[in-house]
Design a protein around this ligand. Sequence first.
Ligand SMILES: NC(=O)c1ccc[n+]([C@@H]2O[C@H](COP(=O)([O-])OP(=O)(O)OC[C@H]3O[C@@H](n4cnc5c(N)ncnc54)[C@H](O)[C@@H]3O)[C@@H](O)[C@H]2O)c1
Ligand SMILES: [Fe+2]
Length: 387
Amino acid sequence: MQAATIQLPRILRIGAGASQTLVATLRELALARPLLVTDPFLVQSGFSERLLAPLEAAGIPCGMFGDCVPDPTTDSVAACLEVLRAGDYDCLVALGGGSSLDTAKGVSVLAVHGGEMRDYKVPASVASGLPVIAIPTTAGTGAEVTRAAVITDTASHEKMLCMGLGLVPVAALVDFELTLSMPPRLTADTGLDSLCHALEAYVSRKANPFTDSIALAAMQGISQHIRTACAEPGNRDAREAMMLAATQGGIAFANASVTLIHGMSRPIGALFHVPHGLSNAMLLTEVTAWSVGHAPERYARCARTMGMATTADSDTQALDKLVAGLRQLTTDLEVPGPRAWGIAGDDWFGAIGTMAEQALASGSPGNNPRLPDRADIEELYQRVWEG
Ligand SMILES: NC(=O)c1ccc[n+]([C@@H]2O[C@H](COP(=O)([O-])OP(=O)(O)OC[C@H]3O[C@@H](n4cnc5c(N)ncnc54)[C@H](O)[C@@H]3O)[C@@H](O)[C@H]2O)c1
Ligand SMILES: [Fe+2]
């Protein structure tokens, strides 16, 4: 096996109160003029203020861009870049879900290297930009530790995957207390995104021993705690476990890649504006069922790690139980299919060709244990329609 390359933030602080160490983090990194990048909900609900107050007390001036949109677009990134260029900033502090974090990552690269976001989509490799300190408020994307950013091209509606060392935040302050306010639907969607990251990383053709151990830990934490986090939003133990697992899932997939689920999920998000975690969740069971036979030992280990099968089960039995267990989980978490979510049949079936093309172009399906061609992907889109 080839040596694995692992890329991680220089500082990773995890636990209650981690977000309150921003002043110390800036000082450690010799950064002095941050621009806070966040979204309107987090501004209105006081999250940004709680971060800004200690900066003000410490005499650190901080600008703010508070207009991040879900699934950032080339337009919203351009608006943030304009604010950055109008000031004298030496770093970005990204506060929010994956959308705010990816906005800051995109801006950090454009600020230093110029050009358009589409210049940086895979297979291009993104070099270092302005330092980003990432503070996630969802337990989901793991973007605080990944070398990925997903930006939608406003013109073509393509969800562009950009990758490279330049997109790894310099620091991640991972504070589960920021997730206590997540409503059940957001908790389920973002948690299932993390589960897909871990599962896909573990079965990926680019998996390695380092990412394997972290992916398994993430799968165990999520399967054990996701139902509780949804049912009891204030349960601190469940929130803490979910946040840890989200970061672990991020580390795993960033260094082993995602596979077919994410490859097929991005076009659904881009064309139908289905939240990222939910579009993954819509695909999770069927894509796994289609793939298990091509890496039976790996998938069986996932089933046992998530408590869906035991060591008494043969691998074949464990694969059946994995598919059944994932179906049960998405049912319990009330994941709708595309149809139940409200997408019109004509729109869905009319878009299948384009979605299959975009999925293949992202490169992610090429890491799947079972390699799909265009017809396979089209058939899978048809299969998930009813949910
Ligand atoms: N860079 C990566 O590695 C990576 C990985 C996976 C996904 N993504 C991208 O991340 C985006 C999705 O991010 P997301 O799922 O975290 O959601 P998000 O950032 O789009 O946020 C969704 C909504 O949740 C709200 N929200 C955020 N935190 C909250 C909290 N604590 N309480 C209540 N509401 C809260 C936000 O205001 C927003 O309205 C997608 O664009 C996806 O493509 C990036
Ligand atoms: Fe994801």
